[in-house]
Design a protein around this ligand. Structure first.
Ligand code: FPP
Length: 246
């Protein structure tokens, strides 16, 4: 730990938005209400992250394991993504946000796939901020899919299997071309990564807060940024070497 450096803003922040259900339960509301409030928090945090100078924001909205939840909740989460894109795409585009949905398309309705395509195509040239929504995403699945694509190339003779490097694998990830997350935030007092960005988080700083996702606001984001600003990142080297390599 060192002193906070106000210039030290994480370029890429990723968030496990956890605690919607408990937020609702504490208020005697349905889990659906919690998720609805979760979308409101997300909408605001995208704006706040931009205002705080964060270039990349990646949020975990639906994991490949979430299919195991009751069908009603799964359908509701699907409809939330659909409504979020329908209602917010124009604003995101006008703010110069590039939107990408990270995850498998398998299992998603044609309607959602079309909306995802529309969002990604419309915003493809935007560069003010990059918003990645991990939806139907699992990190192990992402790694397995990347390995599978490389294996097929090797079998076809277009890739030397013995020459596969971390850089080659990295480029095959759904996040290919993006910087690794500098900071991963998980809300609601859980201390797990839950199959999120396993490959990309080798040197990521982690910030855990008891705040439930629907209550996560700009002040909470600033606390996380402040925590990050005090970290001494060494990437496996000594401090002086790491800052030279920066
Ligand atoms: C975990 O909280 C949260 C999720 C599984 C979904 C996160 C989704 C949102 C924040 C809104 C959806 C946004 C889009 C764009 C689709 P939990 O329900 O597991 O909460 P709990 O652990 O308190 O039960």
């Amino acid at each position: 730990m060192s002193e906070a450096d106000p210039q030290n803003i994480p370029a890429h922040v990723a968030i496990v938005m956890d605690g919607n259900g408990r937020w609702a339960q504490q208020r005697g509301l349905s889990r659906q209400e919690g998720h609805r409030k979760g979308v409101e928090a997300l909408r605001q945090i995208v704006r706040d992250a931009g205002a705080e100078g964060i270039g990349h924001l990646t949020v975990f909205s639906f994991s490949t394991q979430n299919w195991g939840r009751p069908k009603l909740e799964v359908n509701f989460l699907m409809s939330l993504l659909q409504r979020y894109i329908e209602s917010d795409l124009a604003e995101l585009h006008s703010e110069g946000v590039r939107v990408r949905i990270l995850g498998r398309r398998t299992g998603l309705s044609d309607k959602i796939c079309q909306l995802i395509d529309r969002a990604e195509t419309l915003t493809a040239d935007n560069t003010n901020m990059y918003l990645q929504i991990a939806f139907n995403y699992g990190a192990r699945e992402e790694i397995a899919d990347a390995a599978s694509r490389l294996a097929r190339r090797a079998a076809a003779g277009t890739l030397d299997a013995a020459a596969i490097t971390p850089e080659i694998l990295d480029a095959e990830m759904l996040t290919g071309g993006m910087p690794d997350p500098d900071l991963i935030i998980r809300t609601s007092g859980e201390y797990r990564l839950s199959n999120f960005l396993l490959w990309q988080s080798a040197y990521t700083e982690f910030y855990f807060t008891d705040t439930l996702w629907p209550d996560f606001d700009r002040e909470a984001l600033k606390s996380a940024i402040d925590f990050y600003a005090k970290r001494d990142r060494r990437f496996g080297m000594l401090s002086a070497q790491a800052s030279e390599a920066d």
